[in-house]
Design a protein around this ligand. Structure first.
Ligand code: FAD
Length: 601
């Protein structure tokens, strides 16, 4: 029996005691949003996914979906669960109230919602995550007429959204896409091309599907500079005859808009999440945003989705940990090396073994550290909209810097953690009944989609740290340095502060070296990017753990805080030292890679 309990207490602790988010959020205009409401939302969503999404997760994996004659049929249980969530209003928490949403901070939807949803049912959770991404782009950049017609049904989840970037010959390299959009006299475009790997490109959970498609207009500039973004619905309004959308009802044409699905991928995991080949054949679409602004707009959506993908790493690592721990508590094998613990039993519980504890604690501490950094990132997403220019600039810079780290480091750790949890369970971990085997397959895609982790690392090292003349980097070095200085004379903090200080100094040196050597030889920077991203991720987690430790030092009469302090110690002694090895690998440079005889590989 696979179990799941949403880590509500952890969010209460992080948001209120470590990050103290409520005053910041209230200043941003959410004046009614208080601690009690946040706690109620967190609890309510945790219960909802536990009762409605989690029980059908294994069924979705087992039964998957049915592709037949261009149509995809989802398991009935998924339809019922999706409908229940739409009716309860759980899919539109961050959408604007004028579109029927709850209008709560993005922090809730992008972090708490995303983690709990993924833990309970990753295959189902990606659909609303994509839909809200489409809604956000539309609400922010769409013409009023488009917003009026599409936003409400997207916000509620009555209609679903997708993002269509990838083509058979163009994955990472989107500059070479060949989908065309030809302008029409009425202001619409006719979109033609084939997109592959489109998540929820086709399904029967909603009446309509709204695709955001990257395409090129005739005579557009070469490469990514010539790409624009188009909204292409599966079905058009039934009364539409090219005179605009004003006054159209939600009644849809029964003929599709030239949008067909010609295939659905068989794949390793997320079996109940359709992955479609989508064909657009003279499909009517509308441009969203300016001509040739397709890439920046899609990046805006992808950045949201990248954080959501990072949360998939935590979400699956969390449920894997919970089940591995529950299993370990029951399992007896061998004896404690320091002496028999339970002589009346055939064997001691496996938690007496240091190696089993090592595995479980690496999982627990990584999950909790990532959750803390995610919570901070979620708050920054809201702060980007602050009227205070300085605050908005700081938040924009940090979100830009953190996004590739959250995406790549959290999903790398997520995959490692789920694997480790399987190891805790021995042979049972490998068997379907216990659930972790499914999580292992499901979590793996998170390192690939939304831009591979290798590309995230290049984005961080090659762009984010240097752009705006290093301003993004300065915005993180300032609070880090302040924290280190503030705690220098506190002996209780030395065990956390000292390694943090060393890590930050190392980060500064490595960054300078990457930039300096990267200028004369880009292979140097590219060769070290993945290790640099992990190093940076470790420093950010170290900062979160040091802040957590500081909060907990004076509260040692409650086991929750005792455990948090122990987790912080574990992080600094047994996880953070990996930065030393990472630094050595970064400094080794590119030669051992690029000088290797290619013909012998
Ligand atoms: C289940 C699933 C769902 C998906 N959902 C969607 C979706 O909804 N919408 C959508 O548009 N796409 C979707 N994708 C596509 C996904 O985003 C791409 O698969 C991913 O971005 C990688 O592209 P690719 O597969 O073409 O790999 P490639 O681009 O061919 O990359 C192959 C390898 O080369 C590396 N590489 C490539 N270029 C460089 C470079 N310049 N420098 C260094 N390394 C490089 C990559 O990191 C990777 O390791 C989905 C894919 C899957 C499998």
């Amino acid at each position: 029996m696979v179990e799941y309990n949403a880590p509500k207490r952890d969010y209460d602790f992080l948001l209120n005691e470590v990050l103290n988010v409520i005053p910041t959020i209230q200043k941003l205009g959410f004046s009614e949003f208080d601690k009690e409401f946040l706690s109620m939302l967190t609890e309510g969503w945790g219960e909802h996914v536990k009762e409605v999404w989690h029980p059908i997760n294994q069924l979705g994996d087992r039964e998957g979906l049915e592709f037949n004659n261009g149509e995809i049929t989802m398991p009935k249980e998924f339809k019922d669960a999706y409908r229940e969530s739409v009716d309860a209003g759980w899919l539109s928490t961050s959408c604007k109230p004028e579109h029927g949403g709850m209008g709560v901070p993005i922090l809730f939807q992008s972090v708490i919602w995303a983690e709990f949803g993924t833990s309970a049912n990753m295959a189902l959770s990606v659909l609303p995550a994509l839909t809200i991404g489409v809604y956000d782009i539309l609400a922010e950049h769409g013409e009023q007429e488009l917003v009026n017609y599409f936003a409400k049904n997207l916000a509620s989840g009555e209609w679903a959204g997708t993002m269509c970037l990838t083509e058979p010959h163009a994955g990472t390299d989107l500059g070479i896409i060949s989908t065309k959009a030809v302008p029409q006299d009425d202001g619409t475009y006719l979109v033609t091309g084939t997109k592959i790997f489109i998540t929820y490109g086709e399904h029967d959970l909603t009446e309509n599907i709204v695709h955001l498609v990257l395409a090129k207009t005739p005579n557009s500039p070469e490469g990514t500079k010539g790409i624009s973004l188009f909204l292409v619905p599966k079905f058009m309004p039934s009364e539409w005859k090219s005179e605009g959308l004003a006054g159209m009802t939600d009644e849809l044409n029964s003929e599709h808009n030239g949008v067909t699905c010609s295939g659905s991928e068989e794949k390793m995991g997320v079996h109940a999440s359709p992955t479609c080949v989508m064909n657009f054949d003279q499909s009517v679409g509308w441009r969203v945003g300016d001509l040739y602004s397709g890439m920046p707009l899609m990046f805006e959506m992808m950045n949201r989705e990248r954080l959501a993908t990072g949360m998939m790493g935590i979400g699956l690592a969390e449920i894997a940990y919970q089940n591995a721990l529950a299993w370990a508590k029951e399992r007896r094998q061998g004896r404690d090396l320091k002496g028999v613990q339970e002589p009346n039993e055939l064997a001691d519980n496996i938690l007496v073994h240091p190696d089993v504890r090592r595995m479980l604690l690496v999982a627990k501490v990584n999950n909790e550290g990532c959750r803390a950094l995610a919570a901070w990132t979620g708050l920054l997403l809201d702060q980007r909209r602050s009227d205070d220019k300085e605050e908005a600039e700081m938040a924009n810079s940090l979100v830009a810097l953190f996004t590739p780290i959250v995406k790549a480091h959290f999903t790398d750790l997520g995959c490692e953690t789920v694997s480790t949890c399987m190891q805790v369970m021995g042979g049972a971990g490998y068997c379907t009944e216990y659930g972790v085997e499914q999580f292992y397959r499901d979590v793996r895609i998170s390192k690939i989609w939304e831009g591979t982790n290798g590309i995230q690392a290049l984005d961080l090292a090659g762009r984010k740290v240097t752009e705006k003349l290093g301003k993004n980097l300065r915005y993180i070095l300032w609070p880090l340095t302040d924290f280190i200085n503030e705690n220098k004379s506190n002996p209780q903090m030395t065990e956390f502060n000292k390694p943090l200080h060393q890590g930050v100094r190392g980060l500064q040196q490595l960054t300078l070296q990457m930039i300096a050597e990267g200028q004369s030889n880009p292979h140097f920077l590219a060769a070290g990017a993945t290790d640099y991203c992990r190093y940076f991720g470790n420093v950010l987690l170290a900062y979160m753990w040091a802040r957590i430790a500081k909060v907990c030092l004076d509260k040692q009469d409650d086991q929750y805080y005792v455990a948090k302090l122990a987790s912080a110690r574990f992080f600094f002694k047994r996880i953070f030292p990996e930065t030393l090895g990472l630094a050595a690998k970064i400094q080794a440079g590119h030669k051992t890679l690029m000088d290797y005889p290619l013909e012998m590989m």
